[in-house]
Design a protein around this ligand. Structure first.
Ligand code: FBP
Length: 555
């Protein structure tokens, strides 16, 4: 295999571990806290997770661990969208297993959870592992979005795990995949042969940054993805400031939450950064959002600056009240009348048919959209029932509406500038970058922690590494019970147990930092150019966590 110079250099990088995990393996003890409760809906969740509800928090400390040297067989799954650092989670898990007992085995399930259902595996050998250390991507074993949900799928998963004589399965995924991990842990506890119950451990992955809480400070991949996008945004800002002729509308991945857009704004200081959670809280209509953008455009024109940068979170449309209602109604129709919907064929026929199913207000909103955008609202949902926001071209929708509004202002003599806009979407560009030093270290530590949780006999936990603004040696490693992060939510038309998504908090320090600066940025060019991720060099350039993490956790 031909490899780049950087890939070769990254093979030689040794990820840092917290002190609690770098000691001699038999000295890694586990301290268990008091029983825990779920975030909400305790009664329902206790009932649904009879065997795994309410486990104690686990923290790794100096101590004696008699179980850690057992010979183990573990299977690992990469689930959902790619996020930089996934290979290092596998590396941490692999190295932990081999350190515990050189005869332990690690299997990779191919192409996501379906690999577990269909028993498609590869054994991870030392040579195979070495090809992927500190590299981006999930190509080592592939990923997928299959959801384990039917009785047959759960039974097939158990059969595979038993056939391979597994002690545990590790699921590396986001909120939906870890909800699946919680369900699988419960199923294995309820159905496994007594004495040989198969454990399930999750690891917090997603560039979206929305799998976080008191014990999970950030999901892995967020750090590298936002730094990659910020580099690109900074480059575009410099181009805009050089040519002085374009407004750039940049949609940023992140699904529902605006963490990525917010962090990129703090790193690059664009003219405008929309935050979906604020749009929802203030019940801003699409028209009001367009007004905000036009206000900045007209003020900058007055300063002879007919250029600028607007950041748009991917999930924005789901938070604009009239669009949110439309999407919710569409989701229900598509869940309950799926075959009828599919058989309606042509887009225009579908729209007519939907007119009979949707409320008059939602029908009007759908019909008011440019047809190519309306069509994007009707595309297939993902296996978890979510609308695929990455495929809705919000940046184009906003450009079109701003152009129209400015034309009106011009006709009324209230605007005299020129407006030429370009749309961009940054998403896939950031998901498979070489993990930053932060993500390389964090992921390796998460994988190693997953091993210690397994070796200590625990199940139904999410691997957790905290205190991330401190040097790696001071990170605090352990596990958080999956049920502790759950509540009940409406999915596919009924109430389901799910891990709660963390959205941007409007009283949180990162949003406050944006709020304090944005009126200046909207008018005055204040661009900041972070440049490319650096892997080698001074710590203030190479080893800084995100601004979000620092604002939320630096004491
Ligand atoms: P996960 O939640 O699985 O980590 O995926 C994140 C994400 O990158 C979102 O930001 C984006 O909306 C979605 O995946 C795109 O999905 P796909 O890769 O299936 O196109």
């Amino acid at each position: 295999m031909e490899i780049s110079a950087l890939q070769k250099a990254r093979y030689a990088y040794t990820p840092k571990l917290p002190a609690s995990l770098s000691r001699e393996i038999a000295g890694i003890g586990v301290e268990l806290g008091a029983p825990t409760e779920s975030l909400a809906d305790q009664k329902n969740l206790r009932e649904l997770f009879k065997n795994t509800y309410g486990k104690p928090l686990a923290t790794f400390v100096q101590g004696k661990n008699d179980k850690i040297g057992r010979k183990l067989a573990v299977g690992v799954i990469l689930s959902g969208g790619q996020a930089p650092g996934g290979h290092n989670v596998i590396a941490g898990l692999f190295d932990g297993l081999k350190k515990g007992n050189p005869e332990s085995k690690l299997y990779g399930f191919l192409r996501g959870p379906s690999g577990l259902i269909d028993n498609k595996t590869v054994e991870i050998t030392p040579a195979f592992m070495d090809e992927y250390r500190n590299t981006g991507g999930f190509d080592m074993i592939g990923s997928g979005r299959t959801k384990i949900e039917t009785a047959e799928q759960f039974a097939a998963s158990l059969a595979t795990a038993q056939k391979l004589a597994l002690d545990a399965v590790v699921i590396i995924g986001g909120d939906d995949s870890n909800t699946n991990a919680a369900l699988l842990a419960e199923y294995f506890e309820a159905h496994g042969t007594s004495g040989s119950k198969i454990q399930v451990i999750g690891c917090p992955k997603t560039i979206d940054g929305d799998l976080k809480n008191e014990y999970i400070e950030t999901s892995f991949g967020f750090d590298t993805a936002v730094k990659t996008y910020s580099e690109l945004i900074g480059n575009i800002e410099r181009d805009a400031n050089s040519a002085k002729k374009y407004w750039h509308f940049i949609k940023l991945m992140g699904r529902s939450a605006s963490h990525i857009a917010l962090e990129c704004a703090l790193q690059t200081q664009p003219n405008i950064c929309l935050i979906s959670e604020e749009v929802e809280a203030k019940k801003l209509s699409l028209g009001q959002i367009v007004d905000q953008i036009c206000d900045s455009v007209t003020k900058r024109t007055a300063n002879k600056e007919n250029f600028g940068v607007v950041l748009i979170p991917e999930g924005l449309v789901e938070f604009i009240p009239e669009m949110k209602a439309l999407i919710a109604e569409l989701n229900d129709v598509m869940a309950h009348d799926a075959s009828e919907f599919a058989s309606e064929g042509e887009f225009l026929i579908k729209i007519d048919w939907l007119g009979k199913k949707l409320s008059p207000a939602s029908t009007a909103v759908l019909k008011s959209l440019p047809p190519e955008i309306a069509e994007q609202f009707l595309m297939d949902r993902d296996p978890h029932g979510n609308v695929q926001v990455s495929r809705i071209e919000t940046e184009k929708l906003l450009i079109g509406m701003v152009e129209k509004r400015l034309a009106g202002l011009k006709a009324a003599g209230k605007y005299s500038g020129s407006f030429s806009a370009l749309g961009h979407f940054f998403g896939y560009e950031g998901r498979c970058a070489f993990p930053s030093n932060f993500d390389a270290d964090y992921c390796y530590s998460l994988g190693f922690s997953a091993f210690v949780l397994i070796a200590s006999g625990l199940t139904g936990y999410l691997s957790s590494v905290r205190n991330l603004c401190a040097p790696a040696a001071q990170w605090i490693a352990g596990g958080v019970p999956l049920t502790m992060m759950m509540n009940m939510e409406q999915r596919h038309g009924s109430q389901k147990p799910v891990i709660k998504k963390a959205l941007v908090e409007l009283d949180g320090a990162p949003f406050k930092a944006l709020e304090a600066a944005r009126s200046t940025w909207a008018v005055k060019t204040s661009f900041l150019f972070p440049g490319a991720i650096q892997y080698f060099g001074p710590p203030e350039v190479c080893d800084q966590p995100t601004k979000t993490l620092k604002l939320e956790h630096r004491r």
